[in-house]
Design a protein around this ligand. Sequence first.
Ligand code: HEC
Ligand code: HEC
Ligand code: HEC
Ligand code: HEC
Ligand code: HEC
Length: 358
Amino acid sequence: MKQGAIIGVLVLAWIICGPSPLIAKVTGPCFNCHTMHNSQGGEVVFATGPLPALLNNECKGCHAGINDGSNMTPYVLMTESEPTYRTTGTEADTDTLAGGNFYWVAMGGLDRTGHNVAGVADPDSPLVNTPPGSVDGASLSEQLTCAGVNGCHGDRSVANPYKALSGGHHNNDMTVWKNGTTLALSYRFLDGVRGLEDPDYEYRPTAAGHHNKYYGEDRTDETDTAEGTISSLCAQCHGYFHNGTGEIAAGTIGQCSWLRHPTDFDMAGATAGSEYSEYNGGTGTNNPYSVVSPVATADTATILNTTVFSKPDDAIVMCLSCHRAHGTPNDAILRWNYKKWPGNDGYNGCAICHTTKN
Ligand code: HEC
Ligand code: HEC
Ligand code: HEC
Ligand code: HEC
Ligand code: HEC
């Protein structure tokens, strides 16, 4: 075979068998992301000293940019201009992802609009390092970080954020149901959390087309920590907002006895003739899924949940039904501006579930 033909066959083989962008583990030349000695031609590569795993950039360095639907790296921080969020962050010309964006807390100094991650934003005033709802008011030992003991991603028992993430990026496979058994098999490197990951991180999501599938649990007991759910991750810091004796409800769903808004409870438990059966404009069977106020499901199949009230426990209220994880333009990191409703900038996303309250 001629050399050109051999290369052609190799290229074809790479296209067929090689990494598909959908699999989304990191690919490409090592030097794109690593530096062997933090030195190149005698110049320092990363200004403030060598980083763990020989990285040439920090988390926020690689994860800052403008999402345009073709980027492989999910961008969670825009620095130069304000992201297009519109009313709910899901409109057709928006450019934030499922977690929202740190722009407003980082660049706008609006503490209530995001998690004040160290190096990204100054410490929150007045919350500082105490997560509201933390068990017995406990504070983190230092400002919130992306990963590790004081962060959300990675192994939360490991202090160093990079070590806490070790092996995540190179072993990621976004086509499988993340069952939480290893870090790479955890939803978005949130250790132990389960779910199905939208390949473009909910860039302009649609209900029938593409969005994340969140794992939830229909609890019967307010003390159940519901391991593996996205809400249980939030509960690792905001404990009492999710579970604890006398913290959530004295009874069960459908009995008007909530002490804090229910999460990890299935709305179907309250549907018979209730307002919830009309979730997102439906009738109580196969209602359309909502990307504005999404619900979690106990279903662990690698198939997208495009309807609600179609399977047992597929209408589970979660923290992310109302909040985003990183930041939004709204106070309390809400998906929509609930304080300004009714009004031009406001929106009553609550009505996606509370269909008779307006
Ligand atoms: C697109 C960016 C990117 C590219 C390209 C890349 N890496 Fe990495 N690598 C990372 C990140 C980020 C980490 C640290 C966090 C983690 O482990 O998830 C890492 C961690 C590692 C680790 C330690 C953790 C592990 O998985 O074993 C090794 C070893 C490694 N890379 C080797 C390589 C080699 C060799 C290449 C080239 C074939 C390469 N990397 C290319 C981003 C990249
Ligand atoms: C050298 C660049 C680089 C660095 C440094 C880096 N990342 Fe990433 N990260 C990437 C790329 C590229 C992807 C997309 C490919 C993938 O999923 O592995 C990614 C994906 C992710 C994802 C999505 C995973 C999924 O399952 O969809 C998370 C979460 C993440 N990174 C968190 C972090 C955190 C936290 C840090 C710091 C501890 C970090 N990254 C450091 C380049 C980087
Ligand atoms: C590692 C601990 C940790 C985890 C996990 C965590 N948070 Fe937080 N959260 C904090 C801390 C600390 C604060 C207070 C400082 C700040 O706002 O950054 C906070 C503040 C908040 C606020 C109030 C923002 C404000 O300034 O008014 C909201 C809302 C919130 N978190 C929601 C969530 C949700 C939803 C999740 C799960 C997706 C979550 N948090 C997971 C630590 C955490
Ligand atoms: C994803 C669906 C969903 C969204 C979005 C939602 N709720 Fe709820 N909410 C429920 C369910 C389900 C219950 C429990 C109903 C029951 O037990 O009968 C509930 C309970 C409540 C209760 C307590 C009612 C009682 O009888 O104890 C209040 C108040 C409430 N929600 C207000 C709100 C507000 C305000 C918003 C918007 C910020 C909101 N909810 C958004 C589903 C939702
Ligand atoms: C039904 C919608 C809804 C759900 C579900 C929800 N929240 Fe909230 N959350 C809100 C609203 C609205 C606020 C703003 C304060 C208010 O109006 O009560 C808020 C405020 C907060 C705050 C800031 C409190 C403060 O003192 O400033 C934190 C932290 C928070 N939520 C975390 C969580 C966590 C963690 C979960 C899941 C266990 C969760 N939320 C579930 C609607 C919700």
